[in-house]
Design a protein around this ligand. Structure first.
Ligand SMILES: [Zn+2]
Length: 404
């Protein structure tokens, strides 16, 4: 941490103004959930990623969710037990565990041969002749599920939790799928962790085909649009394709941006029209194929790539959130620090969010958030109170939209 006054002492952190974690995974360590009411952070935005955590996020929302109808404007207007916003989605790291209707019709399960050929289809590198080793690996991976079933389940969660968002979803070109743990080591695993995560397992050489990932990503974007919920997006080594996929969802819905001449003409005709017009006009909150608000979580693209999102014709509100865990992991590298600074300056003041991306709730999560908020304020030239208030307003706008 850096000091923000001359004595070298840190200014006290204004937790009382409300600090909101825009992206985290505390249900990966369920024993940490009971610490939510004691946390300094006011509200956590809790992601679901895979089979094992969807229902855990729902249960956490039953206990600690913000009750709809109490969307307060100050941190104190929520009860002490109202600590989180649930999010439901399928993470790209688990995308291979889904099969899709186009290939397999309305089947609920795949038999062993179909399972192996599914994995052969969606994983790369591809080999026409499966080695015995590959057959063994593919057969040992989880039984794939129909994606249509998952979408239905997600929709019903979104209906059950009117404030829930869609996340974590996205595209990742760099991850490789972990190998399956041998049965004899199953007893040695850390029982406090929610199953299905990596847990230090060795990585196989296999990645999930990006077009398969894209299919799942796009369907979830469409669902978020249909339900008019914001999304939290993971993009790693796929910034271009994330943008293209989003662009496909809002194609034909772009806002009409008036040129200077058009504006002048309008002024002459004394016709008071908004500078930017939404072609969908008054039908706000009606189903659309794209999400109304989008958070690029732990955004790692370069400023030039981010600038694409500043196009005023884009009909969705685009936010970027930053975490100590991901964005400051190489903070001692001067070039990386400068690049991050430049990126954060590119993000408009009202579109910046903070997140921990951590897998355990509690003091460490608070520390990470404080660390990142101080850094964001420094870069943006905000004093701490101003910065915390701004980030809080941004989070409320991202999560609640115009209901906030
Ligand atoms: Zn995450």
């Amino acid at each position: 941490m850096t000091s923000d006054n001359e004595t070298g002492k840190l200014q006290p952190f204004p937790w009382h103004l409300g600090v909101y974690d825009a992206h985290c995974h505390p249900t990966d360590t369920m024993s940490s959930i009971s610490s939510l009411p004691e946390m300094k952070a006011r509200i956590l935005t809790v992601m679901a990623t895979r089979t094992q955590d969807q229902e855990l996020v729902a249960q956490t929302a039953d206990k600690y969710g913000i009750k709809s109808g109490s969307i307060g404007s100050t941190p104190n207007s929520w009860g002490k037990e109202e600590r989180m916003i649930p999010c439901f989605g399928w993470h790209p790291w688990f995308s291979h565990q889904m099969f899709d209707k186009d290939t397999y019709g309305d089947r609920d399960t795949l038999d062993e041969e179909a399972k192996i050929s599914h994995y052969q289809l969606v994983l790369s590198p591809k080999h026409d002749d499966l080695s015995r080793e590959e057959r063994r690996l593919f057969a040992s991976l989880p039984d794939p599920r129909p994606f249509s079933q998952f979408l239905k389940q997600t929709k019903s969660y979104l209906e059950r939790y009117p404030l829930a968002l869609v996340g974590e979803i996205g595209l990742d070109r760099s991850f490789r799928i972990p190998e399956v743990r041998p049965p004899e080591s199953e007893n040695n695993r850390d029982g406090s962790l929610t199953p299905g995560g990596r847990e230090g397992r060795k990585l196989s050489p296999y990645r999930v085909q990006i077009l398969h990932q894209k299919k799942l990503f796009k369907a979830q974007l469409n669902l978020a649009g249909e339900m008019q919920r914001a999304v939290s997006i993971h993009g790693v080594q796929a910034h271009g394709l994330v943008f293209e996929t989003l662009q496909e969802t809002w194609k034909g819905h772009e806002k009409q941006v008036l040129s200077k001449r058009q504006k002048k003409k309008q002024a002459e005709n004394s016709n008071p029209v908004a500078e930017i017009e939404d072609k969908d006009g008054k039908k706000q909150n009606s189903p659309k194929p794209f999400p109304p608000r989008i958070c690029l979580h732990s955004y790692s693209g370069n400023p030039e790539a981010f600038k694409q999102y500043l196009n005023p014709a884009i009909p969705a509100e685009i936010y970027a959130s930053f975490s100590t865990a991901i964005n400051l992991s190489d903070r001692h590298d001067a070039a990386a620090s400068t690049a991050l600074e430049c990126l954060i300056k590119t993000v408009p003041d009202d579109r910046l969010l903070v997140e921990s991306d951590l897998h355990t709730a509690g003091p460490q999560m608070d520390d990470h958030l404080e660390d990142m908020v101080r850094r964001l304020c420094e870069i943006k030239g905000w004093n701490l109170n101003e910065g915390v208030e701004r980030l809080g307003r941004n989070w409320k706008r991202f999560v609640f939209g115009n209901r906030g």
